[in-house]
Design a protein around this ligand. Sequence first.
Ligand code: HEC
Ligand code: HEC
Length: 265
Amino acid sequence: MEEETELASSNKSWVVSAVGITLVLFAVSALLGFIIFPAAEGRESESLWASICRAAGLPVSSTVNTEGIQGTKVAIANAVPSIPPGESIGRGATLAQQCAICHGPTGVSRADAPNLAGQYPTVTYKQLRDFKDHVRVSAVMSPFAEHLTEENIQDLAAYYASLQRIELKTAKPGVAAPTIVVSGAPLRGIAPCGSCHGAIENKLGSPWLEGQSVVYLRNQLEAFAQGSRRNDVNEQMRNVARAMTQEEIEAAAQYYASKPHPPEI
Ligand code: HEC
Ligand code: HEC
């Protein structure tokens, strides 16, 4: 009986010292990893999450506060407008008068708002729903989407899809396609842009990019990379943008903006 008690008490002290040592080791490594090393490298202001991501080898680009923005509520399979376009287009044209100041009377913007003429109806529908649901956020655009009804959104999608894609005056046909656009970056998991955005294949829900302004394209890629735009289904576009370098973002934006006109639907 006495022996057993001795054994139990020696076991207990062994457990206490093991737990103690583990805690001390944990504290020392946390201190080193999250405070001393970052300070030595001049990164004191980095968040704990950013430190963990960087330690795990994930690119960290975010300093933007993205709390509270949820993912899209639109299931891409259901995003195709259900009202027959014939009935919709006329109503859409009337509604679109309030959009013309930024998106142009023919769906081609003279400012840096995206061109909508000839955009796939699925894309216009999904983006308007996402603005309305506040899962894609833009101080300029969101107020115009908030009051739209489901029918309004389908009508606008049908109307813009019916507009002709015109030859753009901003085109610079000489710009060669950069590697990131043509072949992506297989080692970083980036598929060629054209495998979703046309050229190779158009995946449902992927907008055409040709002829959009450099500013708009660059802003969207940076917003996806930083997570301030997070309405893409399954993070498919965030995964691409996060893995791109700043030079690749710039090259892709310059290239797509230089194309004379969007491809035919
Ligand atoms: C005051 C200017 C302004 C008005 C008016 C406006 N928009 Fe926009 N719209 C923008 C800007 C700027 C963006 C890009 C937002 C961003 O940077 O995320 C945008 C984005 C969009 C997009 C996303 C396009 C894409 O390729 O992802 C759609 C669709 C759209 N607008 C439709 C409309 C419709 C329909 C109306 C009218 C009901 C409208 N907009 C009114 C400025 C405006
Ligand atoms: C796996 C498919 C896929 C690949 C590969 C891909 N994209 Fe995308 N991209 C998407 C989808 C889907 C969206 C629309 C997301 C949403 O629902 O808002 C998008 C949106 C965008 C937008 C915003 C356009 C707008 O008008 O809203 C830009 C810019 C863009 N992609 C650029 C690129 C570039 C540049 C590449 C290549 C380096 C690329 N994408 C590769 C699927 C892809």
